[in-house]
Design a protein around this ligand. Sequence first.
Ligand SMILES: [Zn+2]
Length: 179
Amino acid sequence: MTEPMPLTAEQFLPVAVAMARREQQQKDGLTLILAPLPNCPACARSAVEVHASETRFPDDTLSLLFRPCGHRFTVAADMGYEVARLAEEIATREEREGGDLLAEYIPPAGEKVSIGQPEPPVFVIALHSDDGTLIVGIRPDGSIQQGPNYQPDAAAAEFWDAVTRAAHSAAPWTEQASG
Ligand SMILES: [Zn+2]
């Protein structure tokens, strides 16, 4: 058994988006052919199952187990809620606008700040409203900045539960979880 690895916001976002896409499809009544499960953040192997621990807002840490590779991860609750909220926003936008919008939210790996640019990017992940106002951003150190219109509300808790549910339903080719 491997030691669980804590995920950063950048690592968790693609996982959360993959779950959010599936959740969105299930809301739409699609249950046979769902969007792919996320790749394992450690080994990049595609998953056939992702198990998530039961969590409860606001103070549980989410545990994830990827199969077949067996890598285990933990997601800190406060960061996880914010990332899950962004993931839901991305999945909703994708359904409306089409395409893969995840890349818009994460700078390409290894991208360097150009010379002469006064400051490095403030956020590794940021969500802006249509007029460009920051809603919420996550800094490289994992801290969170909230914009004037940000509402840390029941929606975050609700979606956190949805991510957990999506992970639980993410094993259609193996044994069904009971209950
Ligand atoms: Zn792995």
